[in-house]
Design a protein around this ligand. Sequence first.
Ligand SMILES: N[C@@H](CCC(=O)N[C@@H](CS)C(=O)NCC(=O)O)C(=O)O
Length: 229
Amino acid sequence: MVLKLYGVPASQPVRSVKWLLEMKNAQYEFVNVNPGSPKNGGTRSAEYLAKSPAGLIPLIEEDDGFLLWESHAIMAYLCNKNGWDDLYPSDPKARGIVDQWLHWHHTNVRKFTMALFAPVFRPDLKIPAEQQKADMKVLNNTCRILDDQLARFKFVAGDNVTIADVAFYGELGQMQEHYVGAFDFSPYKNLQAWLTRMATLPKYEEVNYTLLVKLGKVYQKLKAKKANL
Ligand SMILES: N[C@@H](CCC(=O)N[C@@H](CS)C(=O)NCC(=O)O)C(=O)O
């Protein structure tokens, strides 16, 4: 049995883990689960909750029964295990910088999805309007900080691509005008250049492009439906 990755490709953190595995030509099995469903095969089923108690995707499972959830922990683990030091450097200072951005992601970059994407795609989550408003407030500041960083470096944690870039792209890439089109990045030129640079990385087409085009169409449809309600 190979490594199992549980999730759906539309999920940003799942996509990040998937992209890492694909970039490295790793062997894995993708197991589709139904987010939010208590039924068999859903993330709220007793079977899934026994593996991932918060009911979240992604989750990985190894053949010895080892389980791990939280995309950043998963990506760091896979890099450690497989010696992918290019994407997660072993030098303590360089690694510290990657970790710094990965931790910052949760309360900043992730808000792009929580404010703009989840309310349209996951109405079942019933994200309160107040929460959405609070999340919206973070977006421009997040872009400003990233734009400054990317004026100095080619990638988020320095001049080399790391798992921080992979994680950030999951949330930001989808928002571009040619995909979901939910955020205007034009005031942030360095960030825009980084988004373009990310699209040149290995396995971009396979993991991101086709899916994001599809996601964009579904998003526009759902948004129009929501507006007409
Ligand atoms: N911090 C987590 C976030 C995971 C997360 O929020 N996943 C969403 C999908 S994008 C999920 O599992 N949602 C299930 C649900 O809300 O029912 C990570 O990076 O793995």
